[in-house]
Design a protein around this ligand. Sequence first.
Ligand code: NIG
Ligand code: FE
Length: 404
Amino acid sequence: MKQDLLLTGCKLAATQQDENAYGLIAGGAVLIRGNRIAWVGDADNIPSEYAGIETEDLDGRLVTPALIDCHTHLVFGGNRALEFEMRLSGASYEDIARAGGGIISTVKTTRGATDDELIELALKRLDDLISEGVGVVEIKSGYGLTIEDEIRMLRIARRLETLRPIKIVTTWLAAHAVPPEYTGRSDAYIDEVAIPGLQQAAAEGLVDAVDGFCENIAFSCDQIERLFIAAKTLSLPVKLHAEQLSDQKGALLAARFGGLSADHLEYLNENDTAAFAASGAVAVLLPGAFYTLNETKLPPVGALREHSVEMAIATDCNPGSSPISSILTAMNMACTQFALTPEEALLGVTRHAAKALGLSDQYGVIAPGYRAELAVWNVDHPAELSYWLGGSPLHNYITRRATI
Ligand code: NIG
Ligand code: FE
């Protein structure tokens, strides 16, 4: 057990729900005990019993909870720069997918890569995120599309947690695309791969949640529903790539299953936001994919706000629609493209992202009982985290992950 640690001289953006924007405490202090936060408050009110505890003065720096990237496809082989060129010459994401490129081209390069190769590539992206204060990353399968290859992806994702001071959350995304061996037989793919593979992966303890791609070029709501029923039988939470390219009513399906989140949502109909809001699911916005695909249809941010839907922001790091491994860039894009406020962007990568991963009671807020995972920044105001582009203003990252 590590010694207690008292942080002083902090400008805290605690992201708690209180009357101050950002949950700001200008002259703050934090007491860390073991791997948890034990006390947070004004430095003038530090309880006298803490006198003598090892103290670190942060010199007025901004302190936030560790950032959370709640939607990534971080483990993959190869890249799709040639598709980027094709899109710039007029081909659409759907055209490329229908011609056998898109996700399927990454499936081929991922299946063909060794575990060590995939780990090395993923670590590079993970290190990019860590250099920007990220302490929790969700990673999906979805580029294997056989039971063995999907399970291999989740094993590799879990392995990353042993190689870096980071928490990894794994998601089963076998229902990402129909592989060539199942062309024209997508129902059979759900029944023979997506569902039995999930049962096997869950039995091995590799799955934290279940996701799917509900879209014309992927799977229908009916097919996803069958997968979700299997997930519920295993007591696993669900989430969905919904309304990215068209309005399939995927968000409502996720809501009906008590989903953690629906993600993308550019084509979510405003009239469906009330029903979505009632479910308590998080809207995960992915501005990197909007940007990369040159999308013009904006997610209905105003309606989401009006119905008090919590919005998270993530990189969606993947080789096709969002080749981005910078959470700060995603925050900036959420502000410039989706008109989120910098405060909403910070909540989107802390408190709301934690909720999207089912981790609200442990991560995303600086408050007693939460994990002592903190990012310390060389900036004066939290709005700067969404403002600067390029270079990381991270000063250091305080983690007690190895301490129990
Ligand atoms: O979130 N939409 C589906 N999945 C990814 C894209 C994956 C890919 O193109 O490789 C996304 O945008
Ligand atoms: Fe995605």
